[in-house]
Design a protein around this ligand. Sequence first.
Ligand code: ADP
Ligand code: MG
Length: 725
Amino acid sequence: MGSAVLAEAIHAIRDWSVTDAKERRTPKTAEAFGSLVFNDEVQQARLPKPVYHALRRTITHGVPLDVSVADAIAAAMKEWAVEHGATHYTHWFQPLTGITAEKHDSFLQPTNDGQAVLEFSGKELIRGEPDASSFPSGGMRSTFEARGYTAWDPTSPPWLLYSGGSVTLVIPTAFVSWTGEALDKKTPLLRSMEALSKQAVRVLKLFGSTAERVVTTCGPEQEYFLIDRYFYLSRPDLINAGRTLFGAKPPKGQELEDQYFGAIPDRVMAFMSEVESELYKVGVPVKTRHNEVAPSQYEIAPVFENANVATDHQMMTMETMRRAAPKYGLACLLHEKPFAGVNGSGKHLNWSISDDEGHNLLSPGANPHDNMQFLVFCMAVLRAVNKWQGLLRASIASAGNDHRLGANEAPPAIISVFLGDMLTDIFEQIEKGGAKSTKHGGELDTGVLVLPKLPRDAGDRNRTSPFAFTGNKFEFRAVSSNQSIAYPNIALNVAVTESLDYMVTELEKATKGGKSLEKAVAELLQKVIKENKGIIFNGNNYSKEWEKEAGKRGLLNFKNTVDALPQLISKDAVGIFEKYKVLNEREVHARYDVMVETYNKTVNVEGQLMVLMANRYILPAALEYQKRVADSVAAVKSVGGKSVEGKKTLDRLTAMTDDFKRRTDKLQHELEHEGNGDAVKHAKHYRDTVIPAMAALREAGDELEVVIPHELWPLATYREMLFIK
Ligand code: ADP
Ligand code: MG
């Protein structure tokens, strides 16, 4: 990057002081945790007993909240918020775009006598009406009927947002149309958790449990990059697309692998510390932090929670990181692939289910009976992933994630399950003959169902699998760093719901027909493993051989978003969404439409940015250098000399520059495509024509970068962005 700007950046980095940051930070004491949350403790202290109990019933058992108690809750909530300095409240929701939305209303109500009072009614708590016309609805809401309502989600606690010197009470809400159709990601998530609970409870009943509800739990590990803000601001691509569209690979890349789990730089530590303390206060249980594989890449992970709350908390985590970074002179990059050729970022979605008696249903038990139940749940997940591979793949599809999945470093686009040797072995034994060997006391005499205690880390050795069993949970690793975890959660929930329904229906039939539960389970497991074992793969998922082998097994391999997305609207997928009342057909199609649209917009913005950067940044630098070389060659000639190498350099440079310009024009031309209103056709054009044109232009740009003198190059380079900290 040009030396003046670079010098400024480097001075800023050099002069940055940890001391300033320390003063700003609040300690992460146990007391601070949740201090800005209207949580159970506050509810209990401030709500009249009957009101508190009614609210608890709603939270734990999904019992609809009596409207009469809403006023009392709203009053207590307002009082608590105002005591903390809040002046406004907002219904916070998750529209079909990737972000969260909020509209702030003041508590202040003018009175007739020219004064004002602070008011907040039950009605205002329960329902809001944001001007929703500009949120994408995938055609579900025509413009003349722009009304969309936000509805309070009492299962996710309200919290206080301190920002820009003002305090706002944030109320997590669902966002629905006036006809009750879901316009957001939370509503289907809640419905999918409900659906899963129903089927899981049926299974538990069969095993003699008294549990009444099951919740999905999840703990999302977030990867991200931090680079100096000066560098960030010098790159239009980072600002507007979240990733670099040009940039030659640095001489020292991640090859040395000296970064992973290495010492965390001071400034980064200060940033992490602030993020953690802010998240602590709003009740997000962040737990781990470390360096990641790539230079300047890091990870933050919370302790797992109820999936709905975890999803809200995950959105808050991303937002908090984005907000905090500039205070430390940093920019936080959440894009899946900010730097080509450098490891990308994912979000590992750790997922499990547990009953209301506190048992993790994916934890192998200590006795044969528990193990049998564990194997049923585990097998249900295995079957779900196999049967609904396409749906799972579609749930994580985006233009950004296309740079990871199917490229050669991240999890592949092929969905498979890593079970670890021990569980694989157990399933193999079951397949071979579990059914015949049921005997005395409900135990299988082959010992198949008497599981040894699986070591906690047994499943975690394979880092290449997109979906791994890690001892007491599954880890969906193909999820992208930038996306809400709602969709992968929903897809997984609905797939497992279908699977559990199938399995428990079979078991109920068999046991009603007089079979012992043990025999019924053994027979069913044998059948299901036979049909679904193709999804198990414990080897290296990055290898070419696996791609071939997966092809032979008939596993799906959608290399890009355009190919993957139709899986969402397949007849079967829509069928289960409808059957389990997670989304109706229109709601599914709306999400599909928005995802296609988002893909198109993303690629279009990137393409336009590349043309802009090519014409206004790189080409002028190339022409300037060309002129300098030409001047030099002419100067040598004018004194009777002959600059052989100078002339060669000039010719090469001229050819490269011309080629670069031609590629720029080609991309510009391809971007002029009109889809004639057909978004899918448009998407295919982007995939097949625009993206290759972008790649070709980038190649030429990156070649220029390594020949143009440092002081003429107008963009921060990879070497600077990733290694100057
Ligand atoms: P690692 O995957 O590196 O071994 P951990 O086992 O501690 O690390 O877990 C990683 C994430 O998985 C954490 O967010 C953790 O809270 C979460 N996790 C652990 N148990 C469960 C569970 N039962 N359900 C959902 N997530 C879980
Ligand atoms: Mg992990």
